[in-house]
Design a protein around this ligand. Structure first.
Ligand SMILES: [Zn+2]
Ligand SMILES: [Zn+2]
Length: 178
């Protein structure tokens, strides 16, 4: 985990209050003391993380078969989520981490149904968009499909080892000019 800057930290606290406020009205959480979630420390992931948008870290020695809010060391969110543009998706991600914090460690079917009870559930679809935005901001190469005319931003060359998912054409490297 990285330390959140003052601005990021203020944004995290605002997001936390927003998410807990919404959870209080959700039928799924009527039997949980969701106010307690406010006690969990929040932090940010390293800026160069692209695959993970949020992480719940458990304390060392926590009993993985009986996890509670008090076993959470910290919840880290991607710092790029802490902007107005990504607010709806950020709330969805923090709700996801709060489900873990309430004791659901695995992404099983119960977890997924709790996750999809989030009222801004359409935000789930923003995940791939967010990943692509992160990749684009760091990309040095485009992997180009000349059949579909699509390109995929990446940090490394593909060296003609990858095929387009849609049409199986070999993707060609094209350097992004700085
Ligand atoms: Zn998860
Ligand atoms: Zn293609």
């Amino acid at each position: 985990m990285a330390k959140a800057s003052g601005i990021a930290f203020a944004a995290l606290l605002q997001l936390r209050d927003e998410v807990i406020h919404i959870m209080k009205d959700m039928p799924a959480w009527q039997n949980e003391d969701v106010e307690k979630l406010a006690e969990i420390p929040l932090g940010v992931l390293r800026k160069n993380a692209t695959q993970r948008h949020g992480v719940t870290r458990w304390k060392k020695g926590a009993n993985l078969n009986n996890l509670t809010i008090f076993d959470v060391e910290v919840i880290d969110l991607h710092p790029a989520l802490l902007t107005n543009e990504w607010n709806a998706y950020a709330a969805f991600v923090l709700h996801h981490e709060y489900i873990h914090a309430l004791g659901w460690r695995a992404h099983d079917s119960i977890f997924r149904s709790l996750e999809s009870s989030w009222p801004g559930n359409s935000a789930a679809g923003d995940g791939p968009k967010f990943t692509e935005t992160l990749r684009l901001s760091k990309a040095k190469w485009l992997w180009v499909c000349n059949t579909c005319d699509k390109s995929f931003p990446r940090q490394k060359r593909g060296n003609r080892k990858y095929k387009c998912r849609k049409c199986s054409t070999i993707l060609i490297d094209k350097k992004i000019e700085a």
